[in-house]
Ligand binder design. Sequence first.
Ligand code: FNR
Length: 429
Amino acid sequence: MNQKPELVPASNDRIGRRSMTSIPRKFRSILSLNDLEDAARRRLPRPLFGYVRGGVEDERAMRGNIASFENYVFVPRFCAGVNGVSAAVTLFGESWAAPFGIAPMGLCAMNGYRADLAMAKAARDNDIPMIISGSSLIPLEEIVKENPRAWFQAYVPPTADKLQALLDRAKAAGVETLVVTVDSPVGSNRENNLRAGFSSPLKPSLRLALDGLVRPRWLVGTFARTILNHGIPHFENLYAYRSVPIISGTVQREFGGRAHFNWDSFRNTRQLWAGRLIIKGILHPADAVEAVKAGAEGIIVSNHGGRQLNAAIAPLHVLPAICEAAGDVPVMLDGGIRRGTDVVTALGLGAKFVFVGRPFNYAAAIGEAEGVDYAISILKGEVVRSLAQLGVRSVDAIDPAQIVARGTLNTSVLAKDAKREYRGQQVGQ
Ligand code: FNR
């Protein structure tokens, strides 16, 4: 991006205020990740926007994810000398510039032009991880070429030969980290997709055409440009071979049936995959224990952004129990993260890292790589500010005792700690 907002000045000795003039003109209506949703609503045809925004059934789980963060408050400390505050973290021995990455999302390239590549580029330029979706419309090889540190998410195919072939393909492409998503044993009941006219593949109809025609910026900037340059997009990464097209009146998507998947399937995947293996979609501490026993090197606590099970618990609520169950295995989280304070809340409750989905999808639809870059800068700036306001200079220094569930704060504990600290200082004098 030519005109990167100075959220965190290079000198890093002060955390700057934002001014409108420092924000590229086209993004001036977007000051937070939440603002991206409305901008995407105006940009995208109804069925496509509905697919990204929506959750399952009554969207209880999706709303619960957002609400779970509201449940926590910070007890900041000041006069802490927070010059040089940094959002950088180390995960699996690798360093990243921020404690968040881009969650895997299918079909992104229907919304933004070559959106997976845009995300890959922005993630690379900002030194954060991006997870390529098994349901994406761009071959994983092209995405890894753009961003060699990208991770790849797979839905484990139902047969051993298909699994082996997919893993061989990922390895040949240079993928080092495989994420296996396990939270979708059956297709979910997304009534909102039916109402919005979305299906996968999309069925050509007069209504679909009209939905596209009233969104000329998308029609020209994403749809026509994609078809002219690359033909009709297909599901590229479900198997070792190209799968069905995204628009078809007759073809059914090869969902493959994921009901077969069990711990033996996961152990089998572990045996076949020599690289790093992460499991995504764990919500029960007992499953975290199973995952670790089966060789998972990382766990992403997730309810798929509230898109699978209406009544699923919010990942944040089960995070501490899963961290305890997982022992030394790093636990990560996604679902409902929209603010730097949400990131810090999850880290304070034990997550080593978090992922963000929908906002980056919208950002790619609105502004391609530049849009994703801008969204990353917003969230990173908020993380840095939140750390500084908490009174710490790095993610490692977050004190879990400063992040408390509303109404449960035992102030006398904090007071006792404070007295102990004071006495300790006097003894040290
Ligand atoms: C997803 N998600 C998802 N997860 C996955 O493992 N494989 C996939 O292909 C997809 N596809 C997908 C598409 C879209 C449009 C969305 C919004 C989500 C779930 C995703 O990885 C992540 O768990 C959630 O998006 C996190 O919640 P937030 O940040 O969107 O609230």
